[in-house]
Design a protein around this ligand. Sequence first.
Ligand code: AMP
Length: 205
Amino acid sequence: MPPPAQMNGRDADQLDAGRTLRYFLGLGSNLGSKAGNLAEAVRRLEARGVRVLKASSLYKTEPVDVPDQPWFVNAVVLVESGLRPERLLDLLQDIERGMKRRRGRSKGPRLIDIDLLLAGRRVIRTRRLVVPHPRLAARRFVLVPLAEIAPRAVHPVLRRSVEILRRDVADGSLVIKRPGAFWTPAKRIRPGRPAKEFPHDQSRT
Ligand code: AMP
């Protein structure tokens, strides 16, 4: 039997032969320093070797599923990685855990939520992972930031562009753009520098 990470001489965590995929990730927080939590999540992605290519603005958004909770701050980032989608999901969940996200009430308050929205044009339906994200096309707080950075990206199941999905979405909840850039390549944070909010964190690599 080959060791679990190796199959036929290639690394089962990685895409084939040096290939990478472009992923869109949705970030959200409605506890603590919300914008700081999103920036910290992006910093941790970069520290773990995920290349951040683009980020939307930050948006203040009205809670949708459970109304009696604080408003969220949401953003979407485009990243590039050689990790397979399932392994990227592992990494996202590891970052959530490292930032002490407690899995409490479903769709309730959270320090950080990171969703895998799109994985190139792949369609994935496993027990753990559904891509495109099942709620992508129904949520303004996802579609508005996604349309800001990738209006022409195509939903591979609905075969509609993000811009059209945003225009037609029935969800009327408030999504308010905050001024200023959330992340630019110039804002790239050096790996290994602990953020003030997480001085004792051991999970960084
Ligand atoms: P949530 O509490 O909303 O972050 O949901 C997390 C759960 O959704 C986990 O059990 C994941 O395995 C599952 N899941 C399925 N598809 C996705 C996806 N595209 N992105 C993130 N989590 C997903």
